[in-house]
Design a protein around this ligand. Structure first.
Ligand SMILES: NC(=O)c1ccc[n+]([C@@H]2O[C@H](COP(=O)([O-])OP(=O)(O)OC[C@H]3O[C@@H](n4cnc5c(N)ncnc54)[C@H](OP(=O)(O)O)[C@@H]3O)[C@@H](O)[C@H]2O)c1
Length: 281
């Protein structure tokens, strides 16, 4: 006998699988990024990988990266096998030398930079209440989620400005609004302010910056939530679309924000969460 929770999980699994089949079958028809060069951090898996793939499917040359060489090799091979123009290297976003090599790779392999997607993020203590957070965990979380994002943007800016019209996209989380994920939520909320602050000062340089706040998306990172039946049931009860998101559904919004279609948009955060929860009125 299936419990109500199990039935809900099965239904959600089924809808997610159907969407995945659909998304994998339907290749993007437009080529909005011909002649453009993109860097996507943390892009060998999950949301970052889906964004790198989508930008490349639409014609961009994409530099992909993450900490582990085997992941970089696997992701590069998969995308090259799909005839996409990508180059890959190891880059831990917290390492200054790695970030420098990332920018050098974009110049040496593809001749510049038009799109920067900052997708790296960590949540070292999932579920921990904010005031239980140690100073060490606070520093580590803010280092990766906020400081390295700020540093990479600062280091990329001269290249992005050279491209006349360029775009930066930050990957935050809906949890930045709901504040239910401890220090991770607090650090990701800082990205909303970083986005707005950079937009205020650098839009005049031809650089647009926007942020995405995904809801729960099926990836390794989110397993602590997506494999917890009780939490999923709670989340689905607040989600009008009654399912979890897919990395490809974040990628399509990132592609919109990086494109000319978003030509009058900067300093914004877009929540992509199947309607959960209404983050603003
Ligand atoms: N999944 C969700 O429900 C969800 C919701 C809201 C926001 N987000 C945000 O989305 C982003 C991506 O998460 P995801 O769910 O796609 O995770 P994922 O599927 O687990 O992929 C994480 C990727 O990041 C790389 N990575 C991790 N730490 C890194 C670092 N310090 N430097 C460079 N690369 C690093 C990993 O490769 P290596 O192991 O090789 O480094 C991997 O390629 C994160 O910023 C997360 O906060 C996710």
């Amino acid at each position: 006998m299936l419990t109500i929770q199990s039935k809900l999980m099965l239904k959600q699994e089924c809808i997610t699988k159907m969407s995945l089949v659909h998304l994998n079958k339907v290749k993007p028809a437009c080529r909005r990024f011909e002649g453009k060069v993109a860097i996507v951090t943390a892009s060998t898996n999950g949301i970052g990988f889906a964004i790198a793939r989508r930008l490349a499917q639409e014609g961009a040359c994409v530099v992909i990266s993450s900490r582990r060489e085997e992941n970089v090799k696997r992701a590069v091979k998969q995308l090259c096998d799909e005839n996409l123009k990508v180059s890959g290297l190891v880059c831990h976003v917290g390492n200054q030398e790695d970030r420098k090599r990332l920018l050098e790779e974009a110049i040496s392999k593809f001749g510049g930079l038009h799109i920067l997607v900052c997708s790296a993020g960590i949540n070292p203590v999932p579920g921990q209440l904010i005031l239980d957070c140690s100073e060490k965990v606070w520093d580590k979380t803010f280092d990766v989620n906020v400081k390295t994002t700020f540093l990479l943007i600062k280091e990329s800016l001269p290249l992005l400005k050279k491209s006349k019209s360029s775009s930066i996209i930050l990957i935050s989380t809906m949890g930045g609004y709901t504040n239910n994920l401890g220090v991770y939520s607090v650090s990701k909320a800082a990205l909303f302010a970083l986005c707005r602050s950079i937009a205020n000062h650098h839009t005049k340089d031809g650089v647009q910056i926007n942020c995405i706040a995904p809801g729960l998306v099926k990836t390794n990172f989110a397993k602590f939530l997506s494999e917890d039946k009780e939490r999923v049931t709670q989340i689905l009860s607040r989600t009008p679309m009654n399912r979890l998101g897919l990395p490809e559904e974040i990628a399509s919004v990132a592609a919109f924000l990086a494109s000319e279609d978003a030509s009058f948009l900067t300093g914004e955060t877009i929540t992509v969460s199947g309607g959960n929860p209404p983050s603003r009125l």
